[in-house]
Design a protein around this ligand. Structure first.
Ligand SMILES: Nc1ncnc2c1ncn2[C@@H]1O[C@H](COP(=O)(O)OP(=O)(O)OP(=O)(O)O)[C@@H](O)[C@H]1O
Length: 257
């Protein structure tokens, strides 16, 4: 992918970066919403970051803007050395195919394909071959060895989400964005998925940015960034569920969002 802009923060260790990002919805005074109001944040390479905040605080908007799924009104978005907000359609398609991986709450697997075909789909679309050694490692790590020929409907929710995790990781993207990845799972399956995400950061140096409402899920991250009213208001490193819960209470009682 080419872009004439250069990342003036080269030397920082950011896999993804927002610089004074604004996202404004609505065109009239009555309907205008500043979903993001001047967000600047760096998401460090090889780290697991959770984004939390009250409902409507801008979490999904921030993640979609970082991933190039949504445009921004003002500011800059970077994935590594690629400036995302100035890319055209072709550049965005390449970015989504080669530089980022996605894990969604609803799994978003193709029902007609087997688990294995779902995992390799993003590579196949880009006419790339999976590195067999890495593919084997990913499949072993997600624990799906005996389920590869199954279709999504023949898998439990937890297994489907583990397929989605493998799909996100197999292309070795710069960043994996996860939107409430455990939102549809029971607590045991959710814990397995979170453990897997954490291991992929610790063992393979993957970078993960995850939106969650769940303080327990956030405690698997290295850092939690808190949003309120479209702005970053706080962060915690090496979070525990209790500390995250306490912080969320102060944001809720603040009456923001
Ligand atoms: N397409 C849209 N048109 C107008 N306003 C929008 C649109 N999408 C989001 N918003 C508004 O932007 C703000 C941020 O929304 P966003 O979905 O990012 O919040 P969130 O923190 O992810 O919320 P939740 O936790 O409830 O999913 C909200 O006030 C929302 O109503």
């Amino acid at each position: 992918m080419t872009d004439s802009s250069t990342n003036d923060a080269v030397g920082t260790n950011a896999a993804a970066r927002a610089v004074d990002v604004w996202k404004v919805y609505g065109t009239t005074e009555d309907t205008r919403v500043n979903a993001l109001a001047g967000v600047s944040a760096e998401f460090e390479r090889g780290k697991f970051t959770a984004i939390m905040g009250p409902s409507g605080s801008g979490k999904s908007t921030l993640m979609h803007c970082l991933a190039g799924l949504d445009s921004i009104s003002r500011g800059e978005v970077w994935i590594g050395d690629t400036r995302v907000d100035t890319l055209g359609d072709k550049g965005l398609t390449l970015l989504r195919r080669e530089k980022v991986g996605f894990i969604f709450q609803q799994f978003n697997l193709l029902p007609t394909l087997s688990a294995e075909e779902n995992i390799t789909l993003p590579l196949n679309i880009g006419k790339r071959k999976p590195d067999p050694e890495w593919m084997a490692t990913v499949i072993k790590t997600v624990g799906l060895g005996d389920r590869l020929k199954h279709r999504p409907t023949q898998l439990s929710g937890g297994q489907q989400q583990r397929v989605a995790c493998a799909r996100a990781l197999v292309s070795k993207p710069d960043v994996v964005f996860a939107d409430e990845p455990t939102g549809n799972l029971d607590s045991r399956s959710g814990a397995e998925v979170l453990q897997f995400l954490q291991n992929s950061v610790r063992d393979f140096g993957q970078t993960i940015v995850m939106v969650t409402h769940d303080p327990g899920a956030a405690s698997y991250a290295d850092r939690v960034v808190f949003l309120a009213d479209g702005q970053i208001v706080d962060e915690i490193f090496e979070p525990t569920s209790d500390r995250v819960l306490e912080k969320m209470k102060t944001l809720d009682t603040f009456g923001v969002a």
